[in-house]
Design a protein around this ligand. Sequence first.
Ligand code: FES
Ligand code: FES
Length: 171
Amino acid sequence: MAKLNVNGKVREFSADEGTPLLWVLREQLGLTGTKYGCGLAQCGACTVHIDGVPTRSCVRPASSVKATEKIVTIEGLSPDGSHPLQKAWVALDVPQCGYCQSGMLMAAAALLKAKPNPSDADIDAAMTNICRCGTFNRIRAGIKAAAKGGDMKSASLDIQHIALANEVTKS
Ligand code: FES
Ligand code: FES
């Protein structure tokens, strides 16, 4: 049996050479928070961290990950959903269908670790994931709020923009 270090635990798996890490996480280890979208390293739904680096697990063979490398999935981001990004996501109602959001959170968490106070350009460069529901404005607002220690006012410009658009539609 091969071994992986996932969310702080050593886990065993058995898979053919070339099997993507995503399938080992989901089907053998039961970590179904990480999603399959495109399978082509395009959408980012499958993003996990490997030694802190956001990685698209749909194209990374599990056999290429050493047992000493630390994998973190959405289940391991915080023990109880209390990561500052998760709190901001809830406060700002970021998700719509939710399918892309595990990958978004993992990409955003890696960004904040590297750049605790990211600029719009930093967010644009790091957040290359795709959301079919178009939650990009709120994702940006959530990252800014988390970067400011949960200050939701720091996110308000983007949300006001949405609120204003709603007012215009009603009038
Ligand atoms: S499923 Fe991996 S990038 Fe889309
Ligand atoms: S919230 Fe639906 S795809 Fe992003």
